[in-house]
Design a protein around this ligand. Structure first.
Ligand code: ASP
Ligand code: MG
Length: 469
């Protein structure tokens, strides 16, 4: 380990000239005791705008494309003018213009083709982060801190799963050592774009929506950083969604496994893939609020003490899909295998899975916006069985919600699950499906959508979450 600190600033922390100035102050402080690399997201809402522009281009909506590009350019130009003294603006404005032209070029290609090749989409989306990195580096420089904007395409090496790439850590570490270490050694802050990377043969990729957290953890690991600090607009990881549970509290500490589970089950504060690159080296992560510097934040560590559940998450936009063989000729295990494989091929994430009963029916939970893709894939996979009625028609119930009770301290403590279920039933909320793995880290509970809020509140109160730290 060494004294390197990697910090990531999310979209809201990059959201305006004022926010960038606060990020620069945070960097100035951090630099007093560490070498610093920062990773930045695109300014808030920009990735969405870039994406909808590409969609408009695919649909042939030339006017829509033009208007969106005007908005994107204006936002960055205005931020630049607010952020920098006049003598420093020209160079950055030229960079902004250049990046906007790059985006225009890709959009016109898509307009012409009426199609969005995944590679071009990844190249185009990364422009959001390249714009914010250019602004942020200039902001640091103008406050007297040597900085350089770096396109992660030159550092983060990934596989070629466009739109959801995974890092090649060995190659990334080599590049990080070559490109970032000497600069930090010379007292500079590299400002690396979050979200993007490139394949070994330099094709542009992205790491999935919200992937800048993942970029930051990849770089923290590649650089053997002492710590990773993720700056967002909330005080840390909470014991529940505060919009549902008013007395939800910020957790001081959570474990890697808990953080990953919470993220997978809908807690918005971290990208689910953030933790994996840090595990081997045990690098601690802090989730901090750039809008409230006095709040200590949540520390995410390899192991922590604690009995019972740490937090409860909830997801409303989910659907439960049930599959049931209609003939004894169908081998249940084979059927499950094929169903899961076809979902995997369609890149659909299964949030919970349960099977039971002698008829070998099973059900699983997925995100609502993936239902159509899942059904297409399943119907193609099971076409014969469905046509010959060996399998009952696939059932979809989207009037459901998921709550996940998470905590490493649940393992080996009988009675916790009972208390959770009793608390939910005391609210007259019917439980539709349950899944708990043998690690006892998470209990996933599917309830009717209209009971979700009451169930979350009841579980939070019953387990005294947020107070038991
Ligand atoms: N800008 C990207 C997105 O909105 C990545 C990120 O913000 O983490 O998905
Ligand atoms: Mg983000």
């Amino acid at each position: 380990m060494n004294d390197i600190l990697v910090m990531k600033f999310g979209g809201t922390s990059m959201g305006s000239a004022d926010r960038m100035c606060i990020a620069a102050q945070i960097c100035a402080d951090a630099r007093k005791h560490s070498k610093v690399t920062i990773v930045v997201s695109a300014m808030s809402k920009i990735t969405d705008l870039l994406l909808s522009t590409l969609r408009a281009a695919e649909e042939g909506d030339q006017e829509g494309v033009k208007e969106n590009i005007r908005i994107i350019e204006a936002r960055h130009v205005e931020t630049c003018r607010e952020l920098l003294p006049p003598d420093r603006q020209e160079r950055v404005l030229a960079t902004i213009r250049g990046l906007i032209e790059e985006f225009e070029r890709i959009s016109s290609g898509i307009l012409m083709l009426a199609e969005r090749p995944p590679r071009s989409v990844d190249e185009a989306l990364a422009i959001g982060e390249r714009l914010s990195a250019a602004l942020m580096a200039a902001c640091l420089e103008s406050s007297g801190i040597a900085a350089i904007a770096i396109n992660a395409r030159d550092v983060v090496v990934t596989d070629s799963v466009f739109g959801n790439a995974s890092p090649r850590m060995d190659l990334t570490s080599e590049k990080a050592a070559k490109l970032l270490l000497p600069r930090m050694g010379a007292g500079m802050i590299p400002v690396v774009t979050g979200f993007n990377g490139a394949t070994v043969d330099n094709k542009p990729t992205t790491l999935g929506r919200g992937g800048s957290d993942f970029s930051a953890s990849i770089l923290a690991s590649a650089l053997n950083a002492r710590e990773l600090w993720i700056w967002t607009d909330v005080d840390g990881i909470m014991s529940a969604d505060p919009r549902l549970v008013p007395d939800a509290a910020v957790l001081d500490i959570v474990t890697y496994r808990e953080a990953a589970e919470l993220a997978y089950n809908g807690a918005k504060v971290l990208h689910p893939r953030t933790i994996a690159p840090l595990v081997e080296k045990g690098i601690p992560v802090w989730s901090k609020n750039s809008f409230n510097l006095a709040a200590p934040g949540t520390k995410i560590v390899p192991h922590a003490e604690g009995v019972g559940p740490r937090a409860v998450t909830s997801m409303a936009n989910v659907a439960l899909i049930s599959i049931e063989p209609a003939s004894p000729a169908i081998q249940g295990t084979m059927l499950m295998g094929r169903v899961l494989e076809s979902l995997g091929r369609a890149n659909i994430e299964v949030l919970a899975f349960t099977s039971s009963s002698y008829r070998q029916s099973f059900c699983f939970l997925i995100r609502k916006d993936e239902v159509d893709a899942a059904l297409d894939s399943l119907k193609a996979e099971l076409a014969l069985e469905l046509a010959h009625e060996y399998v009952h028609p696939v059932e979809v119930n989207d009037n459901v919600g998921l709550l996940a009770v998470v905590g490493e301290g649940m393992a080996g403590h009988p009675g916790l699950a009972g208390r959770v279920f009793t608390a939910i039933s005391a609210e007259q909320v019917n439980i539709i499906a349950i899944a708990q793995g043998s690690s006892e880290l998470t209990i996933s509970i599917v309830v009717r959508r209209d009971g979700l809020e009451r169930a979350v509140k009841a579980v939070h109160a019953e387990c005294k979450m947020g107070h038991s730290q």
